[in-house]
Design a protein around this ligand. Sequence first.
Ligand code: C5P
Length: 299
Amino acid sequence: MRREIWLKAPAKINLTLEVTGRRSDGYHNLEMIMTTIDLSDRLFIREREDERIVLTTTSPHLPTDEKNLAYRAARLFQQWSGVRRGVTIDLQKHIPVAAGLGGGSSNAASVLMGLTQLWQIPASLSELTELALALGSDVPFFLYGQTAYVSGRGEIVRPLPSLPPFYVVLARPPRAVSTATIFQAFAASESPHPAKYTSQMVEALYARQTDKILQLLNNDLEKVTFRLYPEVRALKNDMCRFGAEYVLMSGSGPTVFALFTRFSKARRVYHALRGYLKDVLLLHTLRGHETALYTHPKR
Ligand code: C5P
């Protein structure tokens, strides 16, 4: 039996995010298209002699107790499986925190999948989805880790064909955004509506219509985040001014991304933003197979 495992936990961006209804449990029904990008955290999980969950992380700002989703995922899986062993999790953090990129959710999904392997626990996808949803609305998506249609609270995930390749410029203003705050403000000022972009985006993805995919980018939460965090709107405007044509906020923000088919254009926007902003990255979108659970060959 394995004693340790290396995992890769990718970040996501939203190509669409539509709020279609309010639920009696306080959450919202959503329709989204999410995809993974080549920005990942790394997790190294090893078995312990005792039953403790011990988390260490390279990021000094992250909690290492049950406030951390990776910790909570390990504890939840331990309780659910009845395994009387613990693990030490080393989390190498690269994805910005509270940025709209799903970093914490991705860590949690990786821990769930990693522990099924480490402890050889057969768990069906629907069982894992239930555990994932208990940890957070974005966690089920990361069990699939490719381009997917996501709906309900986040528990309905339908894999889609991989995206045509795009270069991605990601930029983040310094102030973190709380997802709960944005949804509360949405509930107070906006009305949910039937989704119109997401289903068209699904069609465009199946047909591999690059132009249509770019034109359908849409996020209902932009309006709210832009009002509460004007620097996010300013950043989107700057990216457009520097020559990006297809720019969208990811999740509830504050990360804003631009998609490009040409590297030279992406590089120009990247360098212009680097002139005054610290958190800017030039990346590319991922194909399904690139996000497969990663096991370090030499350990
Ligand atoms: O599920 P998660 O803890 O990530 O959600 C954070 C907050 O975002 C929730 O407390 C809720 O206010 C809001 N939310 C929502 N509807 C969703 C997902 C999140 O209202 N589908």
